[in-house]
Design a protein around this ligand. Structure first.
Ligand SMILES: *Cc1c(COP(=O)(O)O)cnc(C)c1O
Length: 410
């Protein structure tokens, strides 16, 4: 790791393809064997990351022309593509349809726009699933993101399924209830709720779904060590929850962003300064919220609960510090009251579980600093390096590098 940081400089994001393959396998084993698992590119659209997940059998959930281009351009078979999101432009709708993607349709206004934009012939109906935003929560106490801007209301969806209009084929329903559902029981409750809503829409409209995207919400820690909950009981409970869909012959789709990629990524950052202040030590590092999760993606400034490891001095005395980035704003805090082996200037610090929502959720343009280089490794082999400097572009690696260098050589 230190070798990489020296060669490519910091801040550096390191994504491990071996972990991506492992996570895709782990999540697929929890889901029914014939279910489709879509990777949500907004968590991390780095082409080699997406390619690894496509090669592991994932389809793609995309929500912009940029994400669509990545999903189509990795060289791996893209699998099913679902194009989602409110307010799609004519250009997006056209590109999605041309690419053979299924549209997650947001409203009757959007259907009208897509029909206008695309004008399919009688042999090529537009293939859509209806995005639905149910009004009620599946379980008391389960807090889910406010999704008011998404999808059709249930009554609107029933009406739309009954009369989608010429040239539009409604394949089914898409319903995403939220991210970071904390436990297997919460996930089961969410999926059961979607199955109920879908059953209601099918019964009222008389249109049985062929595809039901029941969403996701598979949780994973962010910027702290650890892993998501054991999903064995989810695997055990899913067949019963999904039984009505199986009986109706519907294909079941799931979506995951962080559950697939979070564990594979870590951030390396270098200590630039250490300041002793009344009651606290402030550690200034070269990665701020311009590199790791800012407001744009998470709806808020990074919650400063990040935990760091000191790779340069792992056995040093433990000390409590605030860790701040280099940006000219007091909001640029990575960690508050965090315990770490005492950092000195020049030490290399590491943040685990940032393979999702690092670059994509960061305030990249704030203070005009270059984005972190993102290097993709496969176990101990370095594969390629990328940077978001002008869209995601590859960066030349000067020499073959090994990652498996011991943290403390000699
Ligand atoms: C953001 C999003 C996801 C991915 O969320 P994660 O918490 O990263 O798994 C999946 N589906 C939709 C519709 C989303 O908006």
């Amino acid at each position: 790791m230190r070798h990489l940081a020296t060669e490519l400089s910091t801040p550096l994001l390191v994504h491990d393809r071996a972990v991506l393959r492992r996570r895709a396998g782990e999540l697929r084993r929890v889901l029914p064997a014939d279910a489709v698992l879509l990777y949500s590119l907004k968590a991390n659209p780095l082409p080699p990351v997406v390619a690894a997940l496509q090669a592991a059998g994932c389809g793609s959930e995309v929500s912009s022309l940029g994400e669509l281009a990545v999903a189509l351009g990795t060289g791996a078979p893209p699998g099913p593509i679902l194009y989602t999101g409110p307010g799609k432009s004519v250009a997006e709708l056209r590109a999605a349809v041309d690419a053979g993607a299924i549209l997650s349709c947001e409203s009757a206004v959007e259907v009208a726009r897509v029909r206008e934009a695309v004008r399919p012939g009688p042999t090529a109906p537009l293939r859509v699933v209806v995005r639905v935003q149910p009004p009620s929560r599946p379980a008391a106490g389960l807090s889910m993101s406010d999704g008011r801007q998404f999808g059709f209301l249930v009554d609107e969806a029933i009406e739309f399924c009954r009369r989608p209009g010429a040239g539009v084929e409604v394949l089914g329903v898409h319903c995403y209830l939220g991210s970071q559902l904390p436990t297997p029981d919460d996930l089961l409750a969410a999926f059961a709720h979607v199955v109920d809503v879908v059953g209601n829409i099918a019964a009222e409209s008389g249109v049985p779904p062929r595809i039901v995207d029941v969403g996701g919400g598979f949780p994973w820690p962010y910027a702290t060590p650890g892993q998501g909950p054991d999903l064995t009981s989810l695997a055990a409970g899913l067949p019963q929850v999904l039984a009505p869909l199986a009986a109706a012959g519907a294909e079941v789709w799931f979506e995951s962003g962080r559950g697939l990629v979070a564990a594979a990524g870590r951030l390396l950052t270098t200590v630039r300064d250490v300041k002793h202040r009344a009651g606290t030590t402030v550690v200034v590092v070269d990665a701020g919220v311009n590199v790791l999760g800012g407001m744009s993606g998470l709806g808020r400034v990074l919650r400063p609960s990040t935990q760091l490891r000191n790779l340069s001095n792992p056995d040093g005395p433990r000390t409590t510090v605030d860790v701040v980035g280099p940006l000219c704003t007091p909001l640029d805090r990575l960690a508050v009251n965090s315990t770490v082996a005492a950092p000195s200037v020049g030490d290399l610090l590491c943040v685990e579980n940032v393979g999702a929502y690092a670059t994509t959720a960061a305030l990249s343009a704030f203070l005009s600093r270059p984005p972190a280089v993102e290097v993709v490794v496969d176990g101990d082999e370095v594969v390629e390096a990328w940077s978001l400097a002008t869209g995601h572009v590859p960066v030349a690696l000067s020499a073959p590098l090994r990652v498996a260098e011991p943290v403390r050589a000699g």
